[in-house]
Design a protein. Structure first.
Length: 215
């Protein structure tokens, strides 16, 4: 399996038979390089311009942009509803978290979640190997709330997203504000993409860690 970061909350996840893209953006609308995206499945957590640019994804993909529970190709997808703010959607409405399983790896993409998950949400989420979580504050949870969420979900690996990078036109916090809350020895800088096997993240494989991607 290979995971590549396309900036913001957009990742390309390549499994054995299926390529999945999360929250595509067009780059120029948020001040960063436009991504080159190709996929079989696209997950859109909510209809904001920096998360729903499905036209950027080539390959005639199946787009999931509503509440969905089922299988697309060989990917099992489960929707957990949440809010884009900490006042039950009064400011920015609802959004979707997607829990999906590819090649036996359990992943959760939190989109622009703006609050700590409720007990009901945590029950629906279940066990997670890889957690994609926003950390930039303002429009989403910030570093402290993200850390609390990580403790509740207890994934094997954490991939932070939706934070300030060079050129980004959104006024959100930088990654270092989040990383400063954790020991340095669990932070692994993987570059723009990383390849791994399922066995790498099973017990006895990769230790609990934070993978930091770069553009």
């Amino acid at each position: 399996m290979k995971i590549s970061w396309n900036g913001h909350s957009c990742f390309t996840i390549e499994g054995e038979n299926t390529t999945l893209v999360t929250d595509p953006h067009d780059g120029k609308s948020i001040g960063i390089r436009p991504p080159r995206l190709h996929g079989d499945v696209v997950l859109v957590t909510h209809e904001h311009f920096d998360h729903n640019a499905v036209k950027m994804v080539s390959g005639d993909p199946k787009v999931i942009n509503t509440e969905f529970n089922g299988r697309v190709r060989d990917v099992e997808i489960k929707t957990i509803m949440g809010y884009h703010d900490d006042v039950k959607g009064a400011k920015r409405g609802e959004m979707r978290l997607y829990r999906f399983v590819m090649d036996g790896v359990r992943m959760l993409h939190c989109g622009d979640i703006g609050h700590i998950p409720t007990p009901d949400m945590l029950e629906k989420i279940g066990d997670v190997d890889i957690l994609f979580i926003p950390v930039g504050d303002v429009f989403t949870v910030g570093p402290e709330e993200a850390k609390k969420t990580i403790k509740l979900i207890n994934p094997r690996l954490v991939i932070p997203m939706h934070y300030r990078v060079g050129g980004l036109s959104l006024s959100i916090r930088p990654l270092d504000d989040f990383l400063s809350l954790f020991p340095e020895d669990i932070v692994i800088r993987v570059g723009n993409e990383v390849e791994f096997e399922r066995s790498d993240i099973e017990d006895g494989g990769i230790p609990e860690s934070i993978w930091v991607f770069s553009l």
